[in-house]
Design a protein around this ligand. Sequence first.
Ligand SMILES: Cc1cc2nc3c(=O)[nH]c(=O)nc-3n(C[C@H](O)[C@H](O)[C@H](O)COP(=O)(O)O)c2cc1C
Length: 401
Amino acid sequence: MSSLILNRKHFITKAVQSGALLGAPALLQACSTPGRLQGTARDPLDNSRENGLREPILQAINCGITAPNPHNVQPWKLKLLSDASALLYIDESRLLLETDPPTRQIHIGQGTFLEHVRLGMLQAGYRTQITLFPQGTYPLSQTGNKPVAKIELDLASDSGPANRKQSQKDALLYDAIADRLTDRTEYAGALLSLAEFQQLQSLVGASHSSLVFINQKEQMSRLHDLFYQAMVIECLNEKTYDESRVWFRYNDQEIYHYRDGISLRANGMGALMRFLVGFFMSQSKADWHDRSNIDVYLQSFQEVVRSSRAYLLLQTSANTQVDWVQTGYDYARVQLALTAMGFKMHPLSQILQEYKQMNGLKSRFNREVGGLPFTQMAVRIGRSSFDYKSPRRPVRDFLVT
Ligand SMILES: Cc1cc2nc3c(=O)[nH]c(=O)nc-3n(C[C@H](O)[C@H](O)[C@H](O)COP(=O)(O)O)c2cc1C
């Protein structure tokens, strides 16, 4: 039996090495999947109409949930105040406390939600007023009890040429929402240029965090290695790696039942390989933590990282809850702007995480990149034809009384 398992693992390893595991977007696309939101319309406002969401605040939430968020846990809950206002809270049942002990990344995911709300409602003709932490910031133990933001929607009035110019850029970013996705596959083509970075900055506009662009080959190669080493630490630390297992959806049935979490599909694995891995691997905890399975994953991750065509960091001078949420605004805008420009991106958060096994490597990373003291997001950028939209739960699932 064990030699059979070994042979199966050997087979999977070989398949990965020969490129069958990753880089099969054509095969993936051949097996078409439902979209991100329930129903057929990809545009979140059209989708709201399709799903009978008439109240502006429900349309706003339908825009917000399309945002990127850690492990696709969708850590949002909303208390409606009226047809046009609500309080946004973190859903404390959806935290990632092993890899995100201070809830920094979960707060970044609140900022991404709010920015998608703002862009969506601007498109629908509303100005969104966001009051951050209306009852003050809070200790970890109060997460989910106090709101992250109060959201108020007002019908917008036209406000001068400068704002109109900004609105045009915001409209472009809104249009990118339907296409945006996290792309964890290998990238191809030329390195990104400084001119492309400047175009990105112009589309993003004023940002709270400072954007640091890295396209220099020698430095990128040092970063490839650091990001890879960080993933090794995460995978070999049972508690942090197990957190991914909890949120892992093994097949399409699970993906579209839970409509959250991570999966082989979202990782870029083609249909044939998904079938084979599903056939050969059990869903046991032991198989998840099996060293040879981890090594297969790490090897493919290393290839993916090495194919990066630039890195981008979002850095801040302070590290408060407000910094985290505002970095989320920037992250959402960066990803939408890159999407509008035809690029893809993929965060590599392991090296930024706040648990003791990562401390040494994080210090090396900070010395390597310099700049402001707190790197809130580190992402790889490039081009690929991968297209898969990870699903979101229906709007009513986010409402609390
Ligand atoms: C704060 C934050 C950290 C993230 N870190 C990672 C990461 O380290 N690796 C990764 O593959 N995706 C990361 N993501 C992307 C999410 O996994 C992704 O947004 C989520 O699964 C939903 O998928 P989508 O972006 O394709 O809609 C991160 C997203 C956010 C907002």
